[in-house]
Ligand binder design. Structure first.
Ligand code: ACO
Length: 365
């Protein structure tokens, strides 16, 4: 039996054309294009690129956006189901169940043709934001707000959440958030989705596997963890004691560290810039200042204690962005999933297209 790698660290499990990470240089590409160049596009364009493997031309993008807008509405029966969920802790539990219900309402659920999978992909990308917003409103006893056709994917989500049309910067921040969250090679949730896909289970089931894995605090759940942490720290003056206390107790600080990046995650740099601009537009930079102070403290403490720095990951400044967008912490993981669903679908289709069931061995001790 070959050597066992705990946490599969450094193990290469498959070939992919969907994304590329260089963790030493801090490079991330989707389909060969740098994340810095993708961040200024629309989420629709990046979603199309991930799922089809091709950057859309004007006509293709306009048709894709039209199909997404046409599929934003959700089944009335699903809205009734959402009203029965208990809330307050983690909306992702509701989203997971809602996607399962959605599968029941889709007659193509168990059809595995490329055409059926393409239809499912569009429905999933289009419906995720509507479901998350409706779930949130239902938890406060409010009726869902109907999608607005002329708003972008991100702006429409913010609108469906609060009923207010977002500012240009808020809309840009939401689009960027969804783009930056859309794909990241063989992260835990994508790997679990690839395993489900490799058994030739359907796309909804595979996406639900992704959701369940994303939830954990060591993965996508860290975004909520950062929002809670910023609340707990409360002000910039408390940042040092908080950080040192955590390190002394050998507790993980949410939003820092990464299995692959040994330098700053390029997405964190973009999120930081968006967070700074939102803070300035808001006229209150306190969340941003507190986060930046924590980043500096941890960088220096890690150099001192471990001889190497630690950097913020994708969840750190995205949480600061959510603070300025007035997004409740319990929605953070679900919004992460709204972006990631395009990457998941791309991986599901890539797995179907060249499948061998994923089945490693265990070393019996
Ligand atoms: N806070 C404090 N110490 C940390 C942190 C952290 N956030 N991250 C790593 N370390 C320390 C570990 O304690 C360990 O120290 P040791 O060598 O003295 O034992 C060392 O750095 C290596 O860390 P590991 O946990 O072994 O690294 P691994 O690659 O297994 O885990 C992970 C990476 C899970 C992301 C880790 O850094 C972590 O738990 N971070 C906090 C949670 C988080 O932000 N997760 C989101 C990641 S991004 C995403 O999934 C979307």
């Amino acid at each position: 039996m070959k050597e066992m790698k705990k946490g599969l660290e450094g193990v290469v499990a498959l070939d992919t054309k969907i994304s590329y990470i260089d963790g030493i240089q801090g490079i991330l590409k989707y389909r060969g294009i740098n994340i810095e160049d993708l961040a200024d596009l629309s989420y629709d364009a990046v979603s199309y690129l991930l799922i089809t493997g091709k950057m859309p031309d004007e006509a293709e993008l306009s048709e894709y956006s039209r199909m997404l807008v046409a599929n934003r509405g959700i089944n009335g029966k699903l809205i009734e189901v959402l009203k029965h969920f208990e809330f307050g802790v983690e909306a992702l539990d509701g989203l997971r169940t809602a996607i399962s219900c959605t599968a029941h309402f889709d007659e193509e659920n168990n059809q595995h043709t490329p055409e059926a999978n393409k239809n499912k992909a569009i429905k999933l990308v289009a419906e995720f934001p509507t479901i998350v917003a409706a779930l949130h409103r239902a938890s406060y006893g409010d009726e869902p707000i109907k999608p607005m056709d002329n708003l972008s994917h991100g702006a429409n989500f913010l609108y469906m959440l609060s009923g207010k049309i977002p500012t240009d910067l808020e809309a840009e921040a939401m689009e960027k958030d969804l783009i930056l969250s859309a794909e990241h090679e063989l992260n835990p949730s994508t790997f679990s989705l690839r395993i489900a896909s490799s058994t030739l289970s359907d796309m909804y089931s595979a996406v639900i596997c992704g959701l369940c894995t994303l939830k954990g605090p060591l993965h996508g759940g860290a975004r909520k963890g950062v929002m809670d942490m910023l609340d707990e720290i409360g002000s910039i003056e408390n940042a040092r004691d908080y950080a040192l206390g955590k390190l002394e107790r050998k507790e993980k600080i949410m939003g820092f560290g990464h299995r692959v990046y040994k330098t700053l995650d390029p997405r964190a740099r973009i999120y930081k810039d968006v967070a700074r601009r939102l803070a300035e537009e808001n006229g209150d930079t306190s969340w941003f200042d507190m986060a930046e102070e924590l980043e500096h403290i941890l960088y220096h403490e890690f150099v001192e204690i471990k001889g190497k720095p630690i950097y913020p990951n994708v969840d750190f400044y995205s949480a600061v962005v959510y603070k300025y967008l007035d997004i409740p912490a319990e929605l953070a993981t679900s919004i992460f999933a709204m972006g990631r669903v395009s990457g998941w679908i791309a991986h599901c289709m890539e797995q179907y297209s060249d499948n061998r069931v994923i089945r490693p061995r265990a070393h019996t001790v």
